[in-house]
Design a protein around this ligand. Structure first.
Ligand code: ZN
Ligand code: ZN
Length: 242
């Protein structure tokens, strides 16, 4: 049963999605919010960039923020404030290390009090820097984004609590042969997903993203070998309506 307006999510990739592995995390939500900002300015024409009102960040790693400075510059003087929404540890990293008038000018604006139609509820996950997943919801529907994380029950607790959950977007970064690197950098491999999947709410599709390009071909084979129809590799641009 669905009530209210659909949640429109576009997984964006640079160069029309032709870069392999869906690596630079960017999920455009209802055209006006973006979960992470890996490739907004590469993927969207200027007119579409101008419709973006808020950037919601999972963490401050470069692959999630790389287009943010250019977006802030493109929208400067646009008349509408661009909100940057993230838990305090993420915002303070951005202030200290990016928008510090050395790497990039600090021309962000303060978050406005506008209430978005979509709500973004962060929950802590487990990565090498402070990092958060999000429950993104609208009346009658929600989806969960893991952000960058190693396996953690915090993710599945958030997913089980989410009401009317339609999909989980889960990171997978390395192939199983790279498990040691994945553990050290706190990411998932396909085998870790197989071990964690029984904790996920049943029957909800799980879209996998954030594959490192050198691991992509193996990840594809390893996910296929799991024979789990819920798992879908998100390799290029795609639009969803939930
Ligand atoms: Zn990261
Ligand atoms: Zn990342």
């Amino acid at each position: 049963m669905s009530r209210g307006k659909a949640l429109a999510i576009r997984a964006l990739g640079p160069y029309g999605g032709s870069a392999p592995g869906y690596r630079l995390t960017t999920f455009l939500i209802d055209g006006e919010s973006s979960l992470d900002a890996g490739c907004l300015t590469d993927a969207l024409p200027l007119a579409a960039q101008r419709r973006v009102r808020r950037i919601v960040l999972t963490h401050a790693h470069f692959d999630h923020i790389v287009s943010l400075p250019m977006l802030v510059e493109n929208l400067y003087g646009n008349g509408r404030p661009l909100e940057i929404v993230a838990p305090a540890p993420v915002l303070s990293s951005l202030s200290r290390h990016v928008f510090n008038d050395r790497i990039w000018p600090d021309f962000r604006r303060l978050p406005s009090r506008a209430r978005p139609a979509v709500s973004f509820l962060p929950f802590a996950v487990s990565h090498v820097v402070p990092a958060y997943g999000y429950v993104v919801s609208k009346p009658g529907r929600s989806v969960v984004f893991s952000g960058d994380t190693e396996p953690t029950d915090l993710l599945w607790q958030a997913a089980r609590r989410a009401r009317n959950l339609r999909a989980i977007f889960l990171e997978v970064s390395f192939c199983d042969a790279q498990a040691a690197v994945a553990r050290a950098s706190r990411h998932f491999t396909p085998r870790m997903i197989a071990a964690a999947l029984p904790k996920a709410p049943p029957r909800v599709p799980v879209y996998l993203y954030h594959m490192k390009p050198p691991s992509l071909a193996r990840i594809r084979r390893e996910i296929a070998a799991l024979g789990e129809p819920r798992l879908k590799l998100l390799e290029s641009e795609r639009s969803f309506r939930f």
